[in-house]
Design a protein around this ligand. Structure first.
Ligand SMILES: Cc1ncc(COP(=O)(O)O)c(C=O)c1O
Length: 424
């Protein structure tokens, strides 16, 4: 018997119907149900009302302990008072103005201080802007054409990051991408030889944190081999730290894995939800970055820069990566043990700060989806096919309650499937 009452989502459904009438897909992209990440859909909130700390409330007033953290931007806790105060003070002075505020310079200087490889920083708005700019820099720097990507990559939603058969994408827009298996030096060499060395750069996440499979962390040796290969061939090494950035290591995830990228892309955790992204680079990439035509209406807005400085200050003060590792480990160990008590083999993979979950009792992911949905409908917001995120506002009490609710959800699923013989 479940100890936690199931949430109702009547208002959420009403709002979603209104959304469908006014917006293609209703709620589109990864925040909505159209990508198939929310199954069964009846158990999920689709529209929210407010958020605070590690929680958000949906339009029906249901409260969630949120392990998606807005898919990353919530790194200190929603509405962090220090970041919000810095942003509010800057808002009084000006935000989107004709000349950029000096805050932009301070923000670049802060990134130079914090990020290991950063000799400079360049700002934009989304992760996709940062990866696209980096690819342009690699081409401008080398005068070469093709890019190497590691299998299962996600670098945003621009045409070049999509696949040839996706709606609206032309084959020629992805024709210069060469996809190779992770850390396969022989495949890198074959890719290089196949185009007579016409390779501008290699862009990769710090480790394989893809969807629908157990995430695979990297080793220092693997990255050292890739760095060496790039150096040998003059290939620009770009780390897409949009998702992992500042959660593994404030100096950059390349630093965490013991190597130096030429360019590194940041976004999500940069300013605790204020809208900005950044590319940091080594000195030898600075001229190329200057030469690329790249700007946007809101890219030099000052409020996010003020928020970013306050966010990075605080992440340093609390030694956030160590905290995230500790909380992520405690949580995943608790979840695995709770699963075991009900006959479930729950696997946690990836780095603890960005843990990925999968119930391994059946390969189809159906049991896993059911369990995730039962957690969500009792107030633990996780998703079934994407990695999760830890934020600094998450307390031990939140973790303990999460494990209790998750255990309840395990018991519900086990009782629903007597044929599997999971219950004791
Ligand atoms: C690794 C990675 N790169 C790039 C992006 C694209 O960022 P954005 O959605 O801000 O454009 C994401 C977004 O989830 C990401 O996880």
């Amino acid at each position: 018997m479940s100890k936690f009452p199931e949430y109702k989502h009547d208002k959420s459904k009403e709002w979603f119907d209104r959304a469908l009438a006014a917006i293609p897909s209703g709620v589109y992209g990864h925040l909505g149900p159209s990508e198939g990440l929310f199954l069964p859909i009846t158990k999920w909130p689709l529209l929210g009302d407010r958020a605070e700390g590690t929680y958000f409330w949906d339009v029906d007033g249901n409260k969630y302990i949120d392990y998606m953290c807005a898919y990353g931007p919530n790194v200190l806790g929603y509405n962090d008072k220090d970041v919000d105060a810095a942003a509010a003070a800057q808002r009084k002075l000006g935000d989107c103005t004709t000349t950029p505020s000096y805050k932009m310079v301070e923000c670049a200087e802060k990134l130079k201080d914090v990020v290991d490889i950063a000799d400079w920083a360049f700002f934009m708005k989304n992760g996709n802007d940062a990866t696209t700019f980096s690819v342009m820099c690699a081409r401008a720097h080398t005068g070469k054409k093709k890019m190497i990507l590691f299998r299962g990559y996600y670098h945003g939603a621009s045409q070049w990051t999509q696949k040839a058969d996706y709606p609206g994408v032309l084959p020629e827009e992805v024709a210069n991408n060469i996809v190779v298996p992770w850390f396969d030096i022989q495949a890198l060499q074959e890719a290089y030889d196949s185009c007579n060395g016409d390779i501008a750069g290699l862009i990769a996440q710090p480790y394989d944190h893809g969807n629908f499979f157990d995430n695979v962390t990297a080793t220092k040796e693997q990255w050292a081999a890739v760095r060496k290969w790039c150096d040998k061939h003059g290939v620009v090494l770009i780390i897409d730290d949009v998702r992992c950035g500042f959660r593994l290591d404030l100096a950059g995830s390349d630093h965490y894995y013991g190597f130096k990228a030429d360019l590194i892309c940041f976004c999500k955790a940069l300013a605790n939800g204020y809208n900005m992204s950044a590319v940091c680079g080594q000195e030898h990439m600075k001229n190329a970055a200057s030469s690329v035509t790249f700007t946007g209406s809101y890219w030099m807005s000052a409020v996010p820069f003020a928020a970013c400085i306050a966010c990075l200050d605080k992440l340093e003060k609390i030694n956030a990566p160590a905290l995230f590792k500790e909380k992520g480990t405690k949580l995943t160990e608790g979840l695995i043990a709770a699963g075991k008590r009900h006959g479930f083999d729950l696997i946690a993979s990836g780095e603890p700060a960005l843990f990925y979950l999968r119930i391994a009792n059946d390969d189809s992911l159906m049991l896993h989806q059911e369990w995730v949905a039962e957690c969500v409908s009792r107030g633990v917001f996780i998703t079934s096919h994407h990695n999760h995120f830890i934020n600094a506002a998450l307390t031990d009490e939140d973790i303990n309650l999460t494990i209790e609710i998750a255990e309840d959800a395990f018991s519900v699923v086990a009782e629903r499937h007597p044929d599997l013989g999971l219950t004791k």
